[in-house]
Design a protein around this ligand. Structure first.
Ligand SMILES: NC(=O)c1ccc[n+]([C@@H]2O[C@H](COP(=O)([O-])OP(=O)(O)OC[C@H]3O[C@@H](n4cnc5c(N)ncnc54)[C@H](OP(=O)(O)O)[C@@H]3O)[C@@H](O)[C@H]2O)c1
Length: 289
């Protein structure tokens, strides 16, 4: 089986790529920046350079010879890109497309509608698919790191609302399972972390791990908002939904699919503690095996 991984220089795609390599598989990665890819994976991967915004024809050429495709698209136009990529994959003879999606396709919150349209486009291509409908990532907590380090506060407009963030390693393990077995073909799996926590509770977890008191400071959506574009609007919509208690879903899908419990937020914080207490380390989530 030959696997093509998109998003391989990013958060989830890099973990998926590392995991395949750890299993003795030589993945092929589709990247914009070859030098960045070589820095991450050395000679352990084959590289195809391109852009997911390219034409169907050019993507079909890039996907030639592949059996599976891990597809990661971001932003408001991701559904159109999913459509072009899925059609290109079909033309190229790919048999299975694994799309990183969001559980918000079910709630209609945030980027959910974009991914829902992307899923439809993939289904319409006629390819076998797996949709990984992931909860919010624990690594989103890195956005709090600067304020926690410098002011010992976590500001958010999510109030007392809770969400079961998932460890990126769990997403990667589920993706690798989907790519390397037939178990999840034609399925949409909803994966979450083990427990829904409020942002105040997550501040306490960081505080306990770092031995410092981290204060949770509730602010308004307007104060929290970081921009005026569609992505900033989608993220604000997610904060609102968390605050209103609409995103508390937890599932047992990680346990069911990969045979172990999902990692806790405490574990993620322990692995990434340097991000919250000292300067000078590169951002990132350590891969686990
Ligand atoms: N954050 C959450 O809580 C959450 C929850 C559920 C689902 N999701 C979904 O997860 C996805 C984001 O995953 P992530 O955090 O792993 O992303 P990420 O770390 O931002 O990485 C994005 C990757 O995509 C690549 N990329 C971007 N534009 C490209 C293009 N035009 N052509 C080819 N490659 C391109 C980037 O390459 P470069 O290195 O060249 O930039 C990078 O490798 C999105 O679909 C998001 O909706 C996120």
């Amino acid at each position: 089986m030959k696997h093509l991984i998109t998003g391989a220089t990013g958060n989830i795609g890099s973990l998926v790529t590392h995991r395949l390599i750890e299993r003795g598989i030589r993945p092929c990665i589709f990247v914009r920046d070859e030098a960045k890819a070589r820095e991450l994976f050395g000679g352990a991967v084959d590289i195809r350079v391109g852009d997911l915004g390219a034409s169907q024809r050019s993507l079909a050429a890039a996907f030639a010879g592949m059996d599976t495709l891990f597809l990661l698209n971001s932003g408001p136009d991701l559904a159109a890109r999913d459509r072009v990529a899925a059609r290109a994959a079909r033309t190229a003879g790919v048999s299975h497309l694994v799309k990183l999606s969001t559980l918000d396709v079910l709630s209609g919150v945030g980027t959910g509608p974009w991914h829902a349209q992307g899923e439809t486009a993939v289904q319409e291509s006629g390819l076998d698919y797996t949709f990984i409908r992931s909860a919010g990532f624990m690594s989103n907590a890195l956005y709090w790191a600067e304020a926690i380090k410098t002011e010992r506060v976590l500001r958010s407009s999510t109030g007392d609302g809770k969400i079961a963030f998932i460890h990126p390693a769990d997403i990667a393990d589920v993706a690798v399972h989907a790519l390397t077995t037939r178990d999840l073909r034609r399925e949409a799996v909803v994966i979450t972390g083990p427990k829904a926590l409020s942002y105040a509770e997550m501040a306490d977890v960081v505080g306990s791990a770092s031995g410092k008191r981290i204060r949770y400071v509730p602010i308004s959506d307007r104060e929290a908002r970081f921009g005026r574009d569609a992505y900033a609007e989608a993220v604000t919509d997610i904060w609102r939904a968390i605050r209103e208690g609409r995103l508390t879903t937890t599932t047992d899908a990680v346990q069911r699919i990969i045979g172990r419990a999902p990692y806790s937020f405490e574990q993620w914080v322990t692995e990434n503690l340097d991000e919250f207490i000292e300067r000078g380390r590169t951002r990132g989530t350590r891969a686990q095996s």
